[in-house]
Design a protein around this ligand. Structure first.
Ligand code: NDP
Ligand code: MG
Length: 385
């Protein structure tokens, strides 16, 4: 039987990688839905190649543009809130790869509509893991994290009890500015910030990698998914990005997981799991494992790392403040409204606003609460730009 699948955010970096994996073994899949915000050309191309029944274009303008093209055998939709009207039979697999908090509601909705969900959208996990986890349990949906570090931790743990874990070390590539003297940070342009030395990713996450905010996000993400304490998690810089996670167990063993810097590896494994379909035969590069190179993180050069100390141990709405404000600031940097170093400076101010600091004690109870805070924080951040 063919696997029924959906790819949310199919025109992005993760989405395209997923489409390529599916394309290689097309007869195994029945692609029920692909979604994009604006990329009409790409989604139509994907739909034609994969013989997709439904595509969804979130931007009204671009939806109308696609409608006017009258594409044969493809239904075109516009509303991400109506996924249950498009996906009528339970999917076997869905990947959540929309960027930002725009991905939260569709992720929550898709959990009800699929047997397995692979979540790349880290913003949803950071702001709403308790809501996601509740839906996963309620609907008996299998969850696989796709962020490479989390996929590695998940694979290494292989269902072992969290009581056995002493510490988890998350590796960071250090991004494009690891060796750039701090005094030259003033001149960093968006073009330079999105030129990641190891990974090819969407613009937003590439800037987060450059500031190392991405690692702050990943520690919070790991804490939530694996139900740990912050004191059990730390970051180490590993520019070669070959090791993705290290787990120190209480029995004296340490496990590490290595793979090439290619997101198709976690995505491929999230699709096929234990099935006898293989990625490719590994060839071990001796030079790489002889020179793994780990260095300590530098909080002075990458002040975003200090924000981790501000995050409360118990899940709260404060995580949404961090995500939403950073999102607006990164966008403003990409649009050249603010400078690279202003991202952290302005974020620090926003996180210190007492109205937001109070949210550290508020447990996220509903999607509406998160969306309301997101709106408020976005407005406030705009005001500070
Ligand atoms: P991209 O920016 O490359 O792609 C994002 C996708 O979401 C695109 O299809 C985009 O459509 C769509 N989208 C964006 N905004 C909206 C919106 N408001 N409504 C509906 N759809 C929208 O992002 P990435 O693929 O890099 O990242 C996706 C997610 O995965 C992020 O949360 C990121 O943090 C996470 N992630 C990514 C990794 C990577 O290697 N790229 C690694 C680990 C995690 P359009 O094409 O029209 O813009
Ligand atoms: Mg990652």
């Amino acid at each position: 039987m063919k696997k029924k699948i959906a790819i949310l955010g199919s025109t992005g970096s993760i989405g395209k990688t997923t489409v390529n994996i599916v394309k290689k073994n097309q007869k195994k899949f029945d692609v029920i839905l692909l979604t994009t915000n604006k990329n009409v050309k790409e989604i139509i191309k994907q739909a034609t190649i994969l013989k997709v029944k439904n595509i969804l274009i979130s931007s009204k303008k671009h939806y109308l543009l696609a409608k006017s093209k009258k594409i044969k055998n493809v239904k075109i939709h516009n509303n991400l809130d109506n996924l249950n009207k498009i996906i009528k039979k339970k999917l076997d697999y869905c990947i959540s790869a929309i960027t930002g908090l725009a991905g939260l509601k569709p992720t929550l909705n898709c959990i009800k509509l699929t047997k397995k969900i692979a979540i790349a959208n880290k913003e949803s996990i950071i702001c709403a893991w308790n809501l996601i986890n509740k839906e996963l349990k309620k609907n008996n949906t299998k969850f696989i994290p796709v962020d490479s570090e989390h996929f590695s931790i998940w694979s290494l743990l292989n269902n072992s009890k969290k009581e056995k874990i002493h510490k988890i070390i998350i590796t960071a590539s250090g991004g494009p500015f690891l060796n750039l003297p701090k005094k030259r940070f003033k001149k960093i342009t968006p073009k330079k910030a999105i030129s990641h030395p190891r990974w090819s990713m969407g613009k937003k996450i590439s800037v987060d990698s450059a500031t190392m905010m991405n690692k702050v996000f990943e520690v919070i993400e790991a804490k939530k998914i694996f139900n740990l304490k912050f004191s059990q998690l730390c970051i180490i810089v590993h520019p070669k990005s070959y090791v993705h996670a290290l787990i120190l167990f209480k029995n004296g063993l340490t496990k590490i997981l290595v793979h090439d810097t290619d997101m198709s590896i976690p995505i491929f494994n999230s699709i096929y799991g234990s099935e006898s379909i293989y990625y490719k035969t590994n060839s071990l590069n001796i030079n790489t494992i002889n020179n793994l190179d780990f260095v300590k993180t530098d909080n002075k050069k990458f002040p975003a790392l200090k924000f981790l100390k501000k995050i409360p141990d118990k899940s709260s709405l404060f995580e949404t403040v961090l995500i939403s404000s950073n999102d607006v600031l990164v966008d403003s940097f990409l649009n050249k409204t603010i400078k690279y170093e202003d991202i952290n400076k302005k974020l620090k101010k926003i996180l210190n606003i007492s109205e937001f600091k109070r949210l550290k004690k508020v447990y996220p109870k509903s999607l509406k609460q998160i969306i309301d805070i997101d709106k408020k924080v976005r407005l406030k951040t705009q005001f500070y730009i």
